[in-house]
Ligand binder design. Structure first.
Ligand code: NAP
Ligand code: HSE
Length: 442
């Protein structure tokens, strides 16, 4: 029984998917039963890395969704619109959808899930987070029994590739970003990668699954690597740390011990460059690789690791979702959609609220530009002490200009509000020229 596939997009991911469908030999037998029926692109004349019959291509994505020969719609075009409307159109037509589009799912996931539930069709999103790493299905299913304490990870391949090459080779930021674009890792607009928005989309999705509620995407504090100074990466290395763009979601005290559909879940969700001790399990994750550490009770720590972007890994996840749907269609009879994912369909999602970051606690790295004079370190220490901020280490680094110093402070875990109070007092010191950098530390 052949199952017709409609592809919305034939770029990095779409071409990867078409490549797998065109070469079923040696793969799961179901791959051989998937037939590519229509493919939407913007530019019919653009050369493609896969050979497709010209009549498959169209510039009308609605025609792909509406084609009666298309049983499953695969959205890999990216962007918010028309992607969202096309997904909803497919659902309204009773067609299951596979998408890699984390931007759409992070913003419109609730609307899409509700529409899918009403129609009884699947919308599968394994490729939306972690590229080739299976993380969506494990969170939805395999780890469902746990109280999830924290989900943290490196979930943007482009920025990890950039940071890894800057640290290993001293490569220039702009050159490595251009390489990431050439390799198909970066988003169409790479600002989403380097400014942290892509990782924020992904952690919103992971947090929603881990905590069983819709996480307000727009409220996630997000900082990227675009303003990261190579000097801080170098100082961090000298102090025994690596810098990674980390996405974190954790339950806060005050969250209900026994979750229910009514009780509000309080979460700390954020994205920022972070100093990781070199021995931390995420510190050795380099290049385009991603890793997600899930901490839960009673499972303990589970880490998922692998290639987080690129045509092959992402297409691997997309095609796995297609196969899941295809397998269920075959088992239940052609044209019949089985019930949705049992956990997501249970109607037990609860409201989630993000905590005010002023009440969260962290370790911090601070770089100060100061005069190189007796008493400066003492005055800085006093400001921290008076605000109740305990210092783990304070180190002075040499600078090029005589009379100036760079002082790096690493604090113990302190309340963010106290830390900000200390920084305000330090900035007001006559010998402090600037708080040049402020990064979180694990
Ligand atoms: P891409 O290389 O830019 O490809 C986008 C494709 O969609 C292109 O073929 C483009 O046509 C087509 N397209 C865009 N807008 C269209 C429209 N309005 N009508 C018809 N066709 C349209 O993007 P990508 O890297 O494959 O990413 C696709 C999606 O997967 C995005 O949501 C992205 O976030 C997600 N994703 C990407 C990766 C990755 O590693 N690249 C990994 C995970 C998830 P033309 O080719 O004619 O321009
Ligand atoms: N641009 C994304 C990244 C693609 O670099 O991680 C994978 O989602």
């Amino acid at each position: 029984m052949t199952i017709g596939i409609g592809l919305l997009g034939l770029g990095t991911v779409g071409a990867g998917v078409a490549g797998i469908l065109a070469t079923p030999s040696g793969r799961h037998p179901l791959v051989g039963e998937l037939a590519l029926r229509r493919v939407a692109v913007r530019d019919l004349a653009r050369p493609r890395p896969v050979e497709l019959a010209a009549e498959l291509l169209t510039t009308d994505p609605e025609a792909v969704v509406d084609d009666p020969a298309v049983d499953i719609v695969v959205e890999v075009m990216g962007g918010l619109e028309p992607a969202r409307s096309l997904i909803l159109r497919a659902i309204a037509a009773g067609k299951p959808v596979v998408t890699a589009n984390k931007a759409v799912i992070a913003r419109y996931g609730e609307e899409i899930a509700a529409a899918a539930a009403a129609q009884g069709v699947y919308v599968l999103i394994e490729a939306a987070v972690g590229g080739g790493i299976p993380i969506i299905e494990p969170l939805k299913q395999s780890l469902g029994a746990n109280r999830i304490q924290r989900v943290s990870g490196i979930i943007n391949g482009t920025t990890n590739y950039i940071l890894s090459r800057m640290a290993a080779e001293g490569a220039a930021y702009a050159d490595v970003l251009a390489d990431a674009q050439r390799l198909g890792y970066a988003e169409a607009d790479p600002a989403a990668d380097v400014q942290g928005g892509d990782a924020a989309d992904k952690i919103a999705i992971l947090a929603s699954l881990a905590y069983g509620g819709n996480v307000p995407r727009a409220a996630i504090p997000t900082e990227g690597i675009d303003r990261l100074d190579a000097r801080d990466v170098a100082y961090a290395a000298q102090l025994g740390y690596v810098v990674k763009l980390l996405a974190v979601a954790q339950a806060m005290p005050g969250s209900p011990a026994v979750p229910s559909a009514q009780a509000e879940q309080l979460l700390d969700v954020r994205v920022h460059p972070t100093l990781l001790p070199k021995a931390h399990p995420l510190a050795g994750v380099n290049g385009v690789n991603n890793a997600i550490l899930v901490e839960g009770d009673p499972v303990g720590q589970v880490m998922f690791y692998g290639p987080g972007a690129g045509a092959g890994p992402t297409a691997s996840a997309v095609v796995a979702d297609i196969l899941n749907i295809a397998g269920i269609r075959q088992a239940t009879g052609n044209g019949t959609n089985a019930p949705l994912d049992p956990l997501l369909a249970a109607g037990s999602w609860r409201p989630c609220r993000l905590v005010d970051s002023a009440v969260t606690s962290h370790r911090n790295y601070v770089r100060l530009r100061t005069s190189d004079r007796a008493g400066v370190i003492g005055a800085i220490g006093t400001c921290f002490g008076e605000a109740g901020v305990s210092i783990q280490s304070i180190v002075q680094f040499e600078t090029q200009s005589a009379g100036d110093a760079e002082i790096v402070v690493i604090t113990h875990e302190v309340c963010e509000a106290n830390f900000r109070q200390a920084l305000a007092a330090i900035e007001a010191l006559a010998d402090v020229q600037a708080v040049a950098a402020c990064l979180r530390t694990l």
